[in-house]
Write a protein that binds this ligand. Structure first.
Ligand code: ATP
Length: 234
């Protein structure tokens, strides 16, 4: 697999607080990588820094070149924690907004049809206001809205957060197929390591803004005791 993303020595500060201290790791084309770590480890900050949403020093190379500030146009889309769909707008209008994120003109309806074909549950609710969907459906809509921009890399921030066990299952089933269905590489920022183990090819463990391990296997992701030992430096 060819290297798609190379993060090198990434540092982010919020005032005097250092949230990321020199983070480096690679992601290959088509991979699904989970970034795991405790609350405050820096997962969201890392996702936002990769998508150019917070100022950072260091390098984010994408397809061999420095990722421009307008990351969405370069194919990198961040899906925020908490879903953030527009509750008063219909499912379809939420998707339309996702298409406007890219300035390149294209027929958003064609893309909507592709998305709906793979997400029949959303297609059935095309005219329903997003605020009336269940938590799991809203999470799928947030992902669908990001897919409207035709990304080559999706960064998903805590997609399992606040969902019922059944919704977590349906979101994980969708994400497990996402890479293949949409030819997209994914980085999933997750505190829920069991969820991460179900969908990711490997994991990156963050602790206090630093990478502890960048090649965790699925088995290691699924083993909370082992992860804790690694986080504790054993
Ligand atoms: P969570 O699961 O709680 O979102 P996280 O691993 O995603 O945690 P971040 O949200 O990236 O971690 O936070 C990393 C550190 O940066 C934390 O110490 C946090 O308090 C701090 N931080 C995050 N955002 C800001 C901000 N806007 N201003 C100041 N400090 C911040």
């Amino acid at each position: 697999m060819s290297q798609q993303l190379a993060v090198r020595n990434l540092c982010v500060r919020y005032g005097a607080a250092i949230a990321l201290h020199g983070v480096s790791f690679d992601v290959a084309t088509g991979e699904c990588v989970a970034v795991v770590g405790a609350n405050g480890a820096g997962k969201s900050t890392l996702g936002k820094a990769i998508a150019r949403l917070v100022p950072a020093t260091g390098e984010v190379r994408y397809g061999g070149r420095e990722l421009p500030r307008d990351a969405v146009r370069a194919g990198v889309v961040y899906v925020p924690e908490g879903r953030m769909v527009f509750p008063q707008m219909t499912v379809e209008d939420n998707l339309r907004v996702g298409a406007f994120a890219v300035r390149r003109a294209f027929d958003w309806r064609e893309r909507r049809d592709v998305v709906f074909e793979r997400m029949p549950r959303l297609a059935e609710r095309a005219r329903v206001r997003a605020g009336l969907l269940s938590g799991g459906e809203q999470q799928l809509l947030a992902i669908a809205r990001a897919l409207m921009a035709r990304p080559s890399l999706l960064v998903l921030d805590e997609p399992s957060l606040g969902l019922s066990p059944a919704a977590v299952r349906s979101v994980s089933e969708f994400l497990a197929e996402l890479g293949r269905e949409f030819s997209v590489t994914t980085i999933v920022l997750e505190q829920n390591t069991a969820f991460a183990a179900r969908i990711a090819d490997r994991g990156v463990l963050l602790r206090l803004g630093e990478v502890v391990e960048s090649r965790l296997s699925k088995e290691e992701l699924a083993d909370p005791r082992r992860l804790q030992q690694k986080a504790d430096g054993q």
